[in-house]
Design a protein around this ligand. Structure first.
Ligand SMILES: Nc1ncnc2c1ncn2[C@@H]1O[C@H](COP(=O)(O)OP(=O)(O)OP(=O)(O)O)[C@@H](O)[C@H]1O
Ligand SMILES: [Mg+2]
Length: 313
């Protein structure tokens, strides 16, 4: 049975779709896995664009949701990688992907794949609860700033309440600037591993404009290597950079101790999520209040720390 992994973020625009497209492409092209990526962000669906698929497709989730066309007819192949894509329409017209529907659609495809990756809506609303119900494992992506971190904490809390396995955090668009939160700060605030730090890379917007994931269009770019390494990590496999310089670095690394621990799920999925699903709306309201209070404390403390650091400089 396939692993079903969701890519979530509290804040919008932090790189979920980019991560889904590149993980899907790398897992298929480099690691030869049978993977399908599913665009569950039906109100702002962009996944197809990362593969050059536009709105002239005969079948998308629109037809699946409106006309009950089988989901298997909405699966497209990306020939350069062999990745399968289930796109949503660019035009949202009264579609609604409920929790039950999302779970059922994922259930209908997962038997044919090793891994199903869901591209999710941002935030904590009903649009994100649907894919949250459908996945077993989750990766949370954040940018290195307080606003994104605050929303990341809320997303993690919600995933934990729903008994999902949170694999860790991907920190995206890192520029090594003093004003940014460091990976260590994000890890210590969230209590989760940083799975990868993706650098700011102009190759990413360029690749999207070409309709090809950066792991294909710029395979040796810094971000591309991070996406491939992360794919290996998700498979608990070692990754060796195929370039000559990468091979040399690999030799040095092997000579040191193998410091990378296998993924340790912090939260184990439960057998039955039925009761959790029923109580979701209440849980969410309670959580938002709880988290708001905690966050205010956390942010105040962080600002104090920053000020102290500034005064000491
Ligand atoms: N590491 C990066 N370097 C440079 N640009 C990036 C990087 N990651 C993402 N971007 C850019 O950020 C923009 C937003 O990325 P993306 O669409 O993947 O975010 P998202 O989280 O899926 O957004 P939404 O919440 O709207 O679904 C894109 O235009 C992409 O080009
Ligand atoms: Mg997106």
């Amino acid at each position: 049975m396939a692993r079903v992994i969701g890519i979530f973020s509290g804040k919008g625009g932090v790189g979920k779709t980019t991560l889904v497209a590149n993980l899907g492409a790398a897992l298929t092209h480099v690691f030869h896995k049978n993977v399908v990526v599913f665009d569950s962000n039906i109100h702002a669906s962009h996944l197809g664009l990362h593969f050059g698929l536009y709105d002239d497709l005969p079948v998308t989730l629109r037809e699946v949701l409106k006309q009950r066309t089988p989901i298997t007819q909405a699966v497209y192949i990306h020939p350069p990688t062999g990745l399968r894509i289930i796109p949503a329409p660019l035009n949202f017209d009264g579609l609604n992907l409920t929790k039950e529907k999302c779970k059922s659609l994922v259930g209908q495809v997962k038997g044919s794949y090793d891994i199903v990756i869901l591209d999710c809506a941002p935030g904590l609303g009903s649009e994100v609860l649907a894919p949250m119900c459908a996945v077993d494992e989750a990766v949370v992506i954040s940018t290195p700033d307080l606003a994104s971190l605050a929303d990341t904490l809320k997303t993690i809390e919600l995933l934990k309440k729903m008994k999902k396995t949170v694999l860790g955090i991907v920190l995206n668009r890192y520029k090594h600037q003093k004003y940014e939160l460091t990976p260590e700060e994000v890890a210590s605030t969230t209590n989760y591993n940083i799975l990868s730090v993706v650098p700011e890379d102009s190759g990413i917007p360029e690749s999207i404009s070409k309709g090809s994931p950066v792991v294909m269009s710029h395979p040796n770019s810094a971000s591309s290597k991070v996406f491939k390494k992360l794919s290996a990590r998700l498979l608990n496999q070692p990754y060796e950079d195929a370039s000559l310089w990468g091979k040399l670095l690999g030799v040095f690394k092997r000579k040191k101790t193998s410091s990378q621990l296998p993924l340790q799920p912090v939260v184990q999925p439960q057998e039955s999520l039925k009761s959790e699903v029923e109580n979701l709306d209440n849980v969410r309201a309670e959580l938002v209040d709880e988290i708001k209070t905690e966050l205010k404390k956390e942010i105040k403390e962080r600002i104090r720390k920053r000020l102290r650091e500034k005064l000491n400089e």
